[in-house]
Design a protein around this ligand. Structure first.
Ligand code: DC
Length: 225
């Protein structure tokens, strides 16, 4: 059945493919809000760490999710992530949170809660939504779907640059190994794995600039509008 709701654009793909930068730019061009679903998984992970919750217990994580309010606010070019009313935009990007988020992301009942939240936000006014399962599970009926990928070495190089720019001391080899491990976890989890939707447009950003990727997306949207 054709989708009749607000405009939804989904961008899925592995870490470091450029989804966030591209999605924010595309949202601005299309005058839509931007929804970073990964930030939700990260925020809940941060709360679990802070509260000393058992990250291996789905029961504990479900209870935590049910008593948590995560609000993502668009602010010009950036996004503010509020966890129970407090700004955690920076705190959710630490290496510890990054490496522990798979617990929350692989718990099926927690994913179900996240998906519900994401649908509610997207359905309100439409959005450009990025994640791993957005075009397959969250909005299979989306107006436009993209799958953004890049070589592991290039994704790793981008992450290293980002972290070094923020003043972090980065072990390149270790970061590449961690990225590869995250890819495996994302690709192999039983619920909501990273997967290209059959009807998503595949874009390899390895040799493309942000402008070129956004340009390709807009060209596709205009051609199929
Ligand atoms: O996009 P990101 O790196 O900020 O995502 C953080 C983690 O959340 C990542 O390990 C995968 C997971 N994630 C997910 O399972 N499903 C999504 N829709 C988005 C992110």
């Amino acid at each position: 059945m054709p989708y009749k709701g607000p405009k939804i654009v989904t961008i899925d793909g592995p870490a470091g493919a450029g989804k966030s930068t591209v999605a924010k730019r595309l949202a601005k061009e299309l005058k839509l809000s931007y929804l970073d679903t990964g930030a939700m998984y990260r925020a809940l992970t941060l709360k679990a760490i802070r509260q000393g919750a058992d990250l291996g217990s789905e029961e504990a994580l479900v209870a935590l999710a049910r008593s948590t309010v995560i609000d993502l606010q668009n602010h010009g070019a950036g996004v503010k992530v509020l966890l129970d009313g407090k700004d955690v935009s920076e705190d959710i990007r630490t290496i510890e949170v990054t490496n522990k988020t798979f617990h929350v992301a692989s718990a099926p009942r927690v994913r179900a809660i996240m998906v519900e939240w994401q649908r509610a936000i997207g359905k309100k006014d439409g959005a450009v939504i990025e994640g791993r399962d957005v075009g397959t599970v969250v909005f299979p009926e989306a107006s436009y779907k993209f799958y953004l990928d890049a070589d592991l070495q290039e994704r790793s190089r981008r992450r290293i640059c980002e972290l070094r720019e923020k003043g972090n001391d980065v072990d390149a080899q270790r970061l590449t190994a961690e990225l590869k491990a995250r890819d495996t976890k994302d690709l192999t989890r039983s619920v909501g794995p990273l997967k290209k939707a059959d009807d998503a447009v595949f874009i390899d950003s390895t040799h493309l600039s942000i402008d070129e990727v956004v340009g390709e997306m807009i060209k596709h949207i205009n051609a199929h509008g």
